[in-house]
Design a protein around this ligand. Structure first.
Ligand code: HEC
Length: 161
């Protein structure tokens, strides 16, 4: 093999190694950070397995949720959930369209679907093809805090409060 060809072959295998290590990157890229907030005054949850947000529109839950969000989620989803310059999706959008459904039953179903999706996504995180886009929060965030955060991101006014 000529010198140039050997050099080329070495370069190719270096690139191959780099690619392989990128593909096998460990799953826990960003460790989830538990928020330091006082959630003791949140209303008790009557039905722990209930699938809808029990705190919707509760002003105290919105305040606690905002603080927890800014500590744990804002690094990726934007301060005060303003995702305009953030790498992750805008969480305020998740059920915005439900607000435009005029029929009360359908509106309720739309919000329930969005609540179920929100809670399970936060608990399980987002891991695709072995790459962690978002860490799982199960065991780090209580159900109370997940619903408080959900109440904050869906509060009318969102980032302006
Ligand atoms: C390390 C960055 C990171 C952190 C921290 C993070 N997320 Fe995410 N999150 C993402 C990314 C990236 C996505 C989109 C993943 C995808 O769809 O592949 C996402 C998606 C989501 C989704 C689904 C959004 C949709 O439109 O489908 C929800 C809900 C969510 N995150 C909630 C949260 C909450 C609540 C927190 C804080 C407790 C949080 N995330 C913290 C990166 C993060």
């Amino acid at each position: 093999m000529s010198r140039a060809r050997r050099h080329h072959a070495r370069r190719l295998s270096a690139i191959g190694l780099l690619l392989a290590s990128a593909l096998m990157a460990p799953a826990h890229a960003t460790p989830p950070l538990a928020p330091d907030v006082d959630s003791s005054a949140l209303p008790a949850i009557a039905d722990r397995e209930g699938e809808t947000n029990p705190y919707r529109n509760d002003p105290h839950a919105i305040t606690v949720g905002r603080a927890a969000f800014n500590q744990s989620c804002a690094v990726c989803h934007g301060i005060d959930a303003d995702a305009s310059r953030s790498p992750a999706p805008d969480l305020r959008r998740i059920s915005r369209s439900c607000g435009r459904v005029p029929e009360p039953d359908l509106k309720h179903r739309c919000q329930t679907d969005a609540d179920v999706y929100f809670r399970s996504t936060v608990e399980k995180g987002k891991i695709k093809l072995g790459v962690e886009h978002m860490p799982p929060w199960e065991g780090i965030l209580s159900t109370e805090l997940i619903w408080a955060i959900r109440s904050f991101v869906e509060a009318p006014g969102g980032s302006s409060r």
